[in-house]
Design a protein around this ligand. Structure first.
Ligand SMILES: Nc1ncnc2c1ncn2[C@@H]1O[C@H](COP(=O)(O)OP(=O)(O)O[C@H]2O[C@H](CO)[C@@H](O)[C@H](O)[C@H]2O)[C@@H](O)[C@H]1O
Length: 604
C-alpha cells in the first residue's frame, strides 16, 4: 500500500476509489424541521484511517493487505476527541429530555436506538413566545456567511414549533439580480421616524409572510447601494455604524407599530439580537424604552456568532491623538457588542465549545473578563442547518441526486464538478474541497503552505472563497501553476458551494477558531468527510474516526485535531457511521427563552 510522507502540515494523498464517495456520515447533521431524520448504519464502504504525525515516522498499518483497489492514503488533521453533536430542530418532535445543558449533548439517545419515531411524534410546545430576530442578514434575502444561513432557517424552525416569529433585517438593494429576492415583500405603508446619530430618519417597513415567519425589511436609502451588506470593492462602508444603529432603532419600533396579521407583536416580546450589528437592541431596551415604561416585560438575548467581528466591524471610531485624554488612552470608543453583553438578559453562542472559548483570553477578543462575569447567563446551542436547502436527494444545484440508500449519484456529482471546473475527469482521484471566507480565522495560511506538497500527488483540490486580496491572488496563481490539480473560485457563489459539498470526497476546515461552522455539517449530510481543526463548534460536531477502536470498525464522521498539526491518513476502511445522538435544538432555545423571562430585565 502506498503511503506518503509530507513535510508540509497538511496532506491528503493517493487516489481513492469511488468508494470514498461513501456513506461517511451521510445525513448526520440535520436541523430537521422539514425532513424526517434518517437513521443510518453504514457498514459497507468502510475506510480505515491511518495517521502519521507530520514530520514523524510513518505509521504503517500491517494489516492493510486488502484489495489494492481500495487502498487510500490521505492526510488529515491530528489528535482526536470523540465529541459528537448532532441536532434536530423538529417542529412537534418527540420526547424531550432535559440533559446537561452546559456540558454536552442534550437529550441524546443511545446509538442504536432509533430517534426517527420520537422525532416526528407530536410534542406540544408548552410556552410560546413572540420572538423578534434582529439580524444584518437572513438567507435567502441576504447572505455573506453563516449568520445569513442561521437567521434564514432558525426563525422558520421556531415558528414551526408554535412561536410567533418576526425577522427584522435591512432591505438591501444593490442594483443587481439579488434585488429580486425582496420582490415578494410589500410596503406596509407604516413608515416611522427614528432618532439616529443626532438626526431624524424615516424608515419604511416591507413585509413578506413566508414559511410561517414575518420577514420584515427595514427600508432606508443607506441600504441601497452596490456591493454587499457591509461593503464594496473599496472595503467596508464608512457608515456601517449608522446603518446598523438604524436597523436596531427600527427593530425596536417594529413590534410596537406593525400590525402583522392584524396584531402587533406587542411589548411582551423576546428580542433575539444577532452579532454586533443588532447589539444596540438590548442597549436601547435598557436605556431608552424601559426607563419610559415601554418593554418592561420584554427580554433580549444577544446571540454571538463571531466575537472576532466586534472590533473591526463595530469599533471603527478611534479618536485622533489630540483628542485623547491621557497617555494610555488609545482613542478607541464605542463597542456595541460590549454594550449588548452587559445589557442583554441572556447571551447565546452558536456552540457549547464556543461558549467557553469566549471566556478565555485566547477566544475572548478583549471581552473575556466581561463575558466571564456574565457566565451564568451564557449558553451555547449548536447551530442547526436547513435540511430542505441542503439535501442531496433534492438539491437543485447538484448534477445528480443521491441518498443513503443509493449513493451512486455522488460520483456523478464529482465527475460533473470536475468537468464544470475544467479539471481532468478522474473519478478515483481524491477530490478535496474548501469553502469559506479567505481570512485568518479560516486557516487559509495553513492551506496556503500545504498546497504545493498536497498537489504533488494524485489529488485534486478545489477552493471557493473570497476575502483578503493576498489569498485571492494566491488562489489565482496556484490555479495557473497547478492547472490539472487545483481550482480556485474567487467569489461568493451559493450553487457552486453546493456542488463542491456534493462532489468532493473530503472537505478541509483548518479554522483557527470556529464558533460553530456550517460547512462541516453540510459535508456530513452529503457524505463528504470533514477534516477539521478541533476547535469551537467543529470539535462539538465532528466525531473523529478512531482507526484503532473496535478492531478497526470504530465510528466517526470525520477527522479532527486539537492543534493545527496535520496528519497523514488512510481512508481505507474508515467506517463513518451516522451518529444517532442528536440535540433537540428547539427545546434548547425554548429553555433559554424561559430563563430569560425568569429574571428581571436589565435596567440602567
Ligand atoms: N465563497 C462562498 N461562496 C458561497 N458560499 C459561501 C462562500 N463562503 C462561505 N460560504 C457559505 O457561507 C456560510 C459560512 O458558514 P460559516 O459557518 O463558515 O460561517 P461564518 O464564519 O461566515 O460565520 C459565523 O457564524 C456562523 C453561524 O453561526 C458560525 O457557524 C461560524 O462559526 C461563525 O464564524 C456557509 O453556508 C458557506 O457555504
Amino acid at each position: 500500500m502506498k503511503t506518503l510522507l509530507f513535510s508540509s502540515p497538511i496532506f491528503i494523498s493517493k487516489p481513492t476509489t469511488n468508494n470514498i464517495t461513501h456513506k461517511a456520515s451521510l445525513f448526520s447533521s440535520q436541523l430537521g424541521f422539514s425532513c424526517c431524520p434518517m437513521n443510518i448504519n453504514t457498514t459497507s464502504n468502510a475506510f480505515k484511517l491511518r495517521v502519521i504525525r507530520n514530520n514523524s515516522k510513518e505509521y504503517e498499518d500491517e494489516d492493510e493487505d486488502e484489495d489494492e483497489d481500495e487502498e487510500k492514503d490521505g492526510l488529515l488533521l491530528g489528535a482526536e476527541k470523540d465529541t459528537v453533536a448532532e441536532f434536530q430542530l423538529i417542529p412537534q418532535s418527540g420526547v424531550f429530555e432535559v440533559g446537561n445543558f452546559h456540558d454536552g449533548i442534550l437529550a441524546s439517545k443511545d446509538d442504536e436506538e432509533s430517534v426517527d419515531d420520537e422525532l416526528i411524534q407530536e410534542r406540544n410546545t408548552q410556552l410560546t413566545y413572540n420572538i423578534v430576530f434582529v439580524t444584518s442578514e437572513a438567507s435567502p434575502y441576504s447572505k455573506t456567511g453563516g449568520l445569513g444561513d442561521v437567521c434564514g432557517s432558525l426563525p422558520i424552525a421556531l415558528a414551526a414549533r408554535g412561536h410567533r416569529v418576526m425577522v427584522v433585517s435591512p432591505r438591501y438593494l444593490h442594483g443587481g439580480p439579488s434585488d429580486k429576492k425582496f420582490a415578494g415583500a410589500t410596503n406596509l405603508n407604516c413608515g416611522t421616524k427614528v432618532h439616529c446619530f443626532g438626526g431624524i430618519q424615516e424608515v419604511d417597513f416591507y413585509h413578506e409572510y413566508r414559511a410561517g415567519v414575518d420577514w420584515v425589511f427595514v427600508d432606508h436609502p443607506s441600504y441601497h447601494r452596490p456591493g454587499n451588506p457591509y461593503g464594496d470593492m473599496y472595503g467596508a462602508f464608512g457608515d456601517n455604524q449608522f446603518r446598523f444603529t438604524l436597523l436596531c432603532q427600527a427593530a425596536c419600533e417594529a413590534p410596537l407599530v406593525l400590525r402583522l396579521g392584524g396584531f402587533t407583536y406587542g411589548e411582551k416580546c423576546l428580542f433575539l439580537a444577532n452579532d454586533w450589528h443588532a447589539g444596540l437592541v438590548p442597549v436601547l431596551l435598557a436605556a431608552k424604552y424601559r426607563p419610559n415604561g415601554v418593554y418592561k416585560d420584554a427580554r433580549s438575548i444577544i446571540a454571538i456568532h463571531n466575537l472576532a467581528h466586534q472590533w473591526y466591524g463595530a469599533l471603527e471610531w478611534i479618536f485622533p491623538t489630540w483628542a485623547r485624554t491621557h497617555a494610555l488612552d488609545t482613542g478607541q470608543a464605542v463597542n456595541i457588542l460590549k454594550g449588548a453583553i452587559v445589557t442583554a438578559d441572556r447571551i447565546l453562542t452558536v456552540s457549547q465549545g464556543y461558549s467557553w472559548e469566549i471566556t478565555t483570553p485566547e477566544g475572548g477578543y478583549g471581552l473575556n473578563e466581561l463575558l466571564s462575569s456574565r457566565k451564568f447567563v451564557i449558553n451555547g446551542i449548536t447551530n442547526g442547518i436547513d435540511v430542505t436547502e441542503w439535501d442531496p436527494s433534492s438539491d437543485v444545484h447538484i448534477a445528480s441526486h443521491y441518498s443513503v440508500d443509493d449513493l451512486s449519484g455522488k460520483i456523478d456529482c464529482k465527475i460533473a464538478l470536475q468537468k464544470e471546473l475544467g479539471l481532468p475527469v478522474l473519478p478515483d482521484c481524491p477530490l478535496v474541497g474548501f469553502i469559506g471566507r479567505l481570512d485568518y480565522q479560516k486557516g487559509i495560511d495553513i492551506l496556503l503552505s500545504a498546497t504545493p506538497n498536497l498537489l504533488q500527488d494524485d489529488v485534486q483540490f478545489i477552493m471557493l472563497g473570497s476575502g483578503e486580496k493576498q489569498y485571492e491572488e494566491w488562489m489565482r496563481a496556484s490555479e495557473a501553476a497547478f492547472s490539472d490539480r487545483f481550482r480556485g473560485w474567487v467569489g461568493f457563489n451559493v450553487p457552486i458551494s453546493h456542488r463542491i459539498t456534493a462532489g468532493c470526497d473530503i472537505l478541509l476546515m483548518p479554522s483557527r477558531f470556529e464558533p460553530c461552522g456550517l460547512n462541516q455539517l453540510y459535508a456530513m449530510r452529503y457524505g463528504t468527510i470533514p477534516v477539521v481543526h478541533g476547535t469551537g463548534g467543529l470539535r462539538d460536531t465532528v466525531k473523529s474516526f478512531n482507526p484503532f477502536a473496535e478492531e478497526g470498525k470504530g465510528e466517526g464522521t470525520g477527522r479532527l485535531t486539537s492543534e493545527c498539526t496535520l496528519l497523514l491518513c488512510d481512508f481505507e476502511q474508515m467506517d463513518l457511521l451516522t451518529i444517532d445522538k442528536r440535540m433537540h435544538v428547539g427545546f434548547q432555545y425554548e429553555q433559554v427563552f424561559e430563563w430569560a423571562f425568569i429574571d428581571p430585565p436589565y435596567v440602567t
